[in-house]
Design a protein around this ligand. Structure first.
Ligand code: UDX
Length: 439
């Protein structure tokens, strides 16, 4: 079967490369000629473990091709996935102009029956709107079906998430389209992946509800963490105790500096906005977003109150991307926290295994360093902002000799406080009491 994927961003490129790996013939289309030129040579425009190898394999085995021409993308494909961006507008609603542009392009170039599936997170009602756009712009009388097939992949583990999903969600209103979509995912039935088959608006809602719920879980535990600090409880043990209840589950209960990324903040805003449009206030989603904003500033307060006036001090930050294994800085807590520290007069040195170059563009005055130890040189404090694996095994004895004073802000709760204190460090984390050096 031949399919195409329009949009070679995160979701689009991973989808294309993974379906090619399933043995399908895949055309990936993007209007960005430079990006397509690079992809044709196997150059992936962002960092995602394993993706470069998968793209190279698809190209080599002739199952993965790239084009800038919508005609090529529509021509042979039975299924056309739309995976273009839906950036937030000023009011928080998703901008669907790219989706609609693609719809028009498909409408004008149809060569037969097509299944047109949205993969990006699109507001409830987009499927219907897309149908209208295509109908209004069709230059032939070919039949087509609209499908919602939301993607749940996480950055940093995108390929694993695609290849081993918890579930596949397909929203369709035609048996033919449903059967074709189910067929696409055949390789995953070997691992008994459940398929939720439903109508289009329900599939669209599942995606928003899932992301908003996960974001809410994080904001909830961050609030509990802040309260733990005040009452002398330990949030990590609270999370564990809660998570063992199967109705709650242990995932996404990790307290920290707040969530970032391209999905959670944007999807919460879009859900709240969808509610407003329908005269309904989405209070929980709204609160989850507000708590998240506050959490970043709570981290700044934590640093200020432990260090006193920051003017003239040097702070070493480890990890800048919104989470490990990605160079993505979108909505990263670093982008809020670091400027606040700089505003107070601190010099911020930083290291990130993948996002350093981009960070320097976005954060004027940031002093880039080559590794954790260089970052720590002459610093008054070390701050772990993103839990890259390499920051989980820091040599504290060495750090202590490099730093002006041994102070660690472990904002991802990576370390056992007593162990760090044993090396002579003051350990300050999230949702646990500070621990004074014991050596
Ligand atoms: C998310 C969803 O998980 C995915 O299903 C969807 O398709 C896209 O959005 P992603 O944004 O890549 O994926 O990252 P995720 O691993 O979910 O983390 C999001 C943010 O939450 C990160 O900033 C992370 O640090 C933070 N987080 C996550 C916490 O602070 N605590 C947790 O317990 C989990």
């Amino acid at each position: 079967m031949h399919i195409s994927v329009i949009g070679t961003g995160y979701v689009g490129l991973v989808t294309g490369a993974c379906f090619a790996e399933f043995g399908l013939s895949v055309t990936c289309m993007d209007t960005d000629a430079q990006r397509i030129g690079k992809l044709e040579k196997g150059v992936v425009p962002f960092y995602e473990p394993g993706l470069t190898e998968l793209v190279a394999k698809g190209i080599k085995e002739n199952r993965l091709t790239f084009t800038t021409n919508i005609v090529n993308a529509v021509d042979q494909a039975l299924v056309i996935f739309i995976a273009v961006g839906t950036p937030p507008k000023a009011d928080g609603s998703a901008d669907l102009s790219y989706v609609e542009e693609v719809g028009k392009g498909i409408a004008r170039n149809m060569t037969g029956y097509k299944v047109i599936a949205t993969k990006s997170t699109v507001p409830v009602g987009t499927g219907e709107r897309l149908r209208q756009v295509i109908k209004a712009n069709q230059t032939s009388s070919h039949r087509f079906d609209i499908v919602s097939n939301p993607e749940f992949l996480r950055e940093g583990s995108a390929i694993e998430d695609f290849m081993r999903p918890n579930r596949i969600v397909i929203g369709a209103d035609s048996e033919q389209a449903m059967a074709i979509m189910k067929d696409l995912y055949r390789p995953l039935y070997l691992i008994e992946t459940p398929v939720v088959m439903t109508d289009i608006p329900t599939a669209e809602m599942i995606k928003y509800a899932s992301n908003a719920f996960l974001a809410t879980k994080i904001s909830f535990i961050n609030e509990i963490a802040n309260l733990c600090e005040r009452v002398g409880a330990n949030v990590q043990v609270v999370s564990k105790g809660m998570g063992l209840d199967q109705r709650i589950g242990s995932k996404f209960l990790h307290a920290g500096p707040g969530f970032g990324g391209s999905c959670f903040p944007k999807d919460l805003a879009a859900l709240v906005q969808t509610g407003e449009r329908h005269g309904y206030e989405m209070q929980v989603a709204g609160a989850a977003a507000r708590v998240n904003e506050k959490q970043k500033f709570a981290m700044v307060e934590k640093i200020r109150s432990a260090m006193g006036p920051l003017k003239g001090k040097t702070i070493a930050v480890l990890g800048l991307s919104f989470k490990p294994n990605t160079n993505d800085l979108r909505e990263a807590p670093a982008l809020t926290i670091i400027p606040e520290l700089q505003k107070d007069g601190a010099t911020v040195r930083a290291y990130d295994p993948a996002a350093l170059e981009e960070s320097c563009k976005l954060l004027p005055g940031l002093v880039p360093c080559e590794d954790a130890y260089q970052t720590a040189e002459n610093a008054d404090a070390l701050v772990i902002l993103t839990e890259w694996n390499q920051f989980r095994t820091l040599e504290f004895e060495r750090l202590k000799t490099l730093m002006k004073q041994p102070l660690l802000f472990d904002l991802r709760n990576v370390y056992e406080a007593d162990r760090v204190a044993g090396y002579g460090f003051r350990h300050i984390s999230v949702g646990r009491l500070p621990v004074e050096p014991s050596a």
